[in-house]
Design a protein around this ligand. Structure first.
Ligand SMILES: *Cc1c(COP(=O)(O)O)cnc(C)c1O
Length: 523
């Protein structure tokens, strides 16, 4: 039996490790837990409220006639359920999270501390502005940092995710075309085939048609094809830089000039800003609009950890069309200007009821100010260095999708798995057994069996050494024909291999009580 570096068996025993049946259903100290709705008892409750006073019912025939059917649980029962669930969750606070395109970086605790200050957390969006001057000033300061870092004069803070920021940018482009009287003639938006799916979706949502441009052999935009697709019906281009293959679009300035000469606008998907923040200003490259995922580059919690925030910056040409509300410095302080009639230009409208994700603004500005301009530049440098370290450590056993150095993510294809019987999916599942969240798989679509790794700047050399050693071990195991390790993976996770096609095609999104399973009291 092979032993891991801690001297314990590195493979499950013949009976299959965690797959082994236990009497309790728990494995070691990992507790089994059922659906909350399958637990509970009628006589349990987590709260102890006095009976409500008798008052006249004023809801007519809307009063409930039968019990609501919620599980009756005591406080410790409910608490245990959620703690057990949380322990099944993989998180950036537990280990390396190499998801490419997601920039899953450490969320500094200083951000949390500042976000919880009463002046920022205990405010309400409908409060009179004179009572929340500090909060509005914070938004203004965040906007100033974003403008300085991107070299773009105007910023809309309200978009609530990257995709929402794309919508904001493309609606501003549509606004500009309407102002030019060209919204009916300029309908076509160029989108490289490596783009994130949200790009074409956004363009279509805004009434444009999508025209795909292929990738050249080196994984970048095919300039010849792009040139052939310019024309008087062009609304603009949506381009990611660095692109989703982890490569810098070297011709970006030429692309911007060509699109502008042909009367279109340049939307840049800024999700990969982490690779260039503090080093390159997109405004200098000819970008007209770009969203910034605060939950990627600026370290606010990501995914299940918190809401996204996608502030969008604009060039001089698009600034008049930016949405309301706008944050302005006035002679007596700061103002959130809500009405279109009260701002300069011709805003396309508004994107959401209030002003965006205040809690994320606080965290992102804390991150920016604690790093400073030099620290943010180092973020970009270290994230690129770390990705290239991963690339260098693995390129002889795994197959890099493109030759040469990468930006902040390393992209591999599945050529190294050819004829091994192991697929990208199997490889990713085996990583779970090794305690790693898989990298992004099968994206970008232009690369066969893609594996996209973004280690981020917050991982130590030691963490990267252990991670790359694990991937080397798995790659060598696949090449040596150890297919069992992959076919059955994950063997050690709370859930084994799921039928993902079935789950995607026929998702069960609604719990319904099963007649044959009576509620069982929780522990
Ligand atoms: C994450 C991402 C988006 C979308 O951002 P959300 O905040 O998830 O809506 C768009 N483009 C790229 C390249 C991304 O990585």
């Amino acid at each position: 039996m092979s032993m891991n570096p801690q001297g314990r068996p590195s493979r499950p025993t013949a009976s299959g490790g965690a797959a082994v049946d236990t009497h309790s259903g728990s494995h070691g100290l990992r507790q089994a837990t059922r659906l909350l709705f399958d637990s509970g008892a009628a006589d349990r409750t987590g709260v102890d409220l006095p009976d409500p006073p008798k008052v006249k019912k004023r809801i007519g025939n809307l009063a409930r006639k039968a019990p609501i059917g919620l599980p009756g649980l005591s406080e410790p029962q409910a608490l245990r359920h959620y703690v057990r669930l949380s322990q099944k969750n993989y998180a950036i606070d537990l280990g390396l999270y190499p998801l490419g395109s997601c920039t899953m970086k450490h969320n500094p605790r200083l951000n949390e501390k500042v976000a919880r200050m009463p002046g920022f957390i205990d405010v309400h969006p409908l409060q009179p502005q004179s009572t929340v001057q500090g909060a509005i000033e914070l938004m203004h300061e965040l906007g100033r940092w974003l403008s300085a870092l991107t070299g773009m004069p105007s910023v809309a803070l309200s978009p609530k995710a990257g995709a929402h920021g794309e919508l904001c940018g493309m609606l501003a482009i549509r606004g500009a075309l309407i102002a030019r009287g060209e919204e009916k003639t300029r309908r076509r938006v160029l989108v490289p085939e490596s783009a994130h799916g949200t790009n074409p979706a956004t363009a279509v949502q805004c009434g444009f048609t999508v025209d795909e441009i292929g990738a050249a052999k080196d994984g970048r935009v095919d300039l010849e094809e792009l040139t052939s697709k310019l024309g008087p019906d062009l609304a603009g281009i949506m381009l990611t830089n660095p692109n989703t293959c982890g490569l810098f679009e070297r011709d970006i300035k030429t692309i911007a000039d060509l699109v502008h000469e042909s009367g279109g606008y340049f939307y840049c998907d800024g999700a990969n800003f982490n690779a260039i923040v503090g080093r390159v200003r997109p405004g200098d490259l000819g970008v007209d609009a770009m969203h910034i995922n605060l939950h990627k580059t600026f370290s606010t919690p990501h995914g299940g950890g918190g809401p996204g925030a996608g502030p969008t910056v604009f060039s001089e040409a698009l600034a008049p069309f930016a949405p309301v509300p706008r944050v302005e410095k006035t002679k007596d302080g700061f103002a959130l200007v809500e009405h279109e009639a009260d701002v300069d230009g011709d805003p396309f409208g508004r994107l959401c009821a209030f002003h965006g994700q205040m809690g994320m603004f606080t965290r992102a500005l804390t991150y920016m100010m604690s790093h400073g301009a030099d620290g943010l530049k180092q973020v970009a440098e270290d994230s690129v260095l770390n990705a290239n370290y991963v690339l260098a450590k693995l390129k002889d056993v795994m197959t890099p999708a493109f030759p040469g150095a990468c930006m902040h993510e390393a992209l591999f294809d599945d050529r190294f798995l050819k004829d091994t019987g192991v697929s990208t999916l199997d490889f990713a599942k085996a990583m779970i057994d090794e305690g790693y969240h898989p990298m992004t798989m099968y994206f970008p679509l232009v690369v066969h069996g893609a594996m996209l790794i973004a280690p981020t700047e917050t991982e130590s050399k030691k963490a990267l050494d252990r991670f790359t050693a694990t991937l080397r071990f798995l790659a060598e195991a696949a090449i040596a024909g150890d297919t069992d390790r992959f076919a059955a993976a994950p063997r050690l996770a709370p859930m084994r291999r799921l039928d993902e096609t079935q789950a995607a095609r026929n998702p069960v999104l609604r719990w319904s009580p099963s007649a044959d399973k009576a509620l069982e009291p929780a522990e």
